[in-house]
Design a protein around this ligand. Sequence first.
Ligand code: GDP
Length: 443
Amino acid sequence: MFDALAERLEDAWKKLRGQDKISQSNIQEALKEVRRALLSADVNLQVVKDFVADVETKAQGAEVLSGVRPDQQFIKIVYDELVQVMGETNIPLAQVDTAPTIVLMAGLQGTGKTTATAKLALHLQKQNRTCLLVATDVYRPAAIDQLVTLGQQINVPVFELGADADPVEIARQGVARAKETGVDTVIIDTAGRLQIDQDMMGELARIKQTVQPHETLLVVDSMTGQEAANLTRTFHDQIGITGAILTKLDGDTRGGAALSVRRVSGQPIKFVGVGEKVEALQPFYPDRMASRILGMGDVLTLVEKAQEEIDLADAEKMQEKMLTAKFDFSDFLKQMRLLKNMGSLGGLMKMIPGMGKLSADQLQQGETKLKQSEALINSMTAEERRNPDLLASSPSRRRRIARGAGYTERDVTNLVSEFTKMRNLMQQMSRGQMPGMAGMGGM
Ligand code: GDP
């Protein structure tokens, strides 16, 4: 899927390959390709514009890393931005403490709303959550039958009052039934129309008002393309959604909708439909989607490799600084971030002697420390960052920094002392001594 998009992006990388760094001029061609690629994938125009502008800013601001090919650096920037636009992590369905969790399904007719209702119930069942489905689409009697049949198939009860009842009343009674029977989650299927229609919106709004759902999920057909943005905007403005389900991703569909829905509503895509069967529902993972949109089977490997090289280039630079003792607070912060990003310290430890002693526990504490250090260093002036000795001799500077960051003067003192220790360690290392390594048996 998204083959065309993949090819276009491939072209964009090619334009950067062979160049020795990302620059103002060579980036323009690559950005044009990204723009064309996304447009041809039916990503909404405004979304494309914003996306490309963000990528441009990031690419231009990106430090040129020696040893990393510019196309690799660029692919990483585009990939990261895609992941970020689509929400970074998977956000699961809400679950409230006082059951039932109420889920309202919304969307146009034919998007796969009724199917998604059953799929969601099956998914929750597998997590030992019990469900009740509520059929409020009285305009298409077949829709009620369809939900009842699906319910039987997955062994989940369906609440319905036939095709003559008022949808708002069905929803209200359905939720009441869910409370009586103590089910964990009640999922309300609603009527769709072929297009946005004020009657449909009015009814949805009334149902929402009456049952006060914890989740209102917009079901979007991924074939919708450009229109997905307008559709999402209308539903979000008029009803207010908390998330979306993107259906029919198994088909010959383009990637546009995934980008547009998130960007327009700010709400996460929670699931994707990947087939007609009730089992065909998967949690939405922005990183997987990003690599699908980029379209190359091995794009993840590529991105990982780029990341590795970026880390490596960073580490090498850092080591150089350490050895020449030009290490300042900005480097200190960068190094802490790097350690955190690495997850596994393997690669870096090899490069920095003396670092091998960190335990998992210390790494955990490091996370908290990193936040604090970041805040403190951010409230330093550029001069103080470059010249840490200024702080050692000035309590008033330390107080100002502490106040600015919301910490105590003691925290600043500790930071300065840790920094000094690390710098001393480095100076020793640069003189060829290995502090703390004595007696480690030739390691
Ligand atoms: P509703 O009108 O929104 O309730 O849509 P339905 O649930 O009735 O689905 C409309 C059609 O789309 C049916 O034929 C479904 O089998 C099909 N469908 C729903 N979800 C998917 C999906 O994720 N992949 C595929 N290939 N078909 C789907």
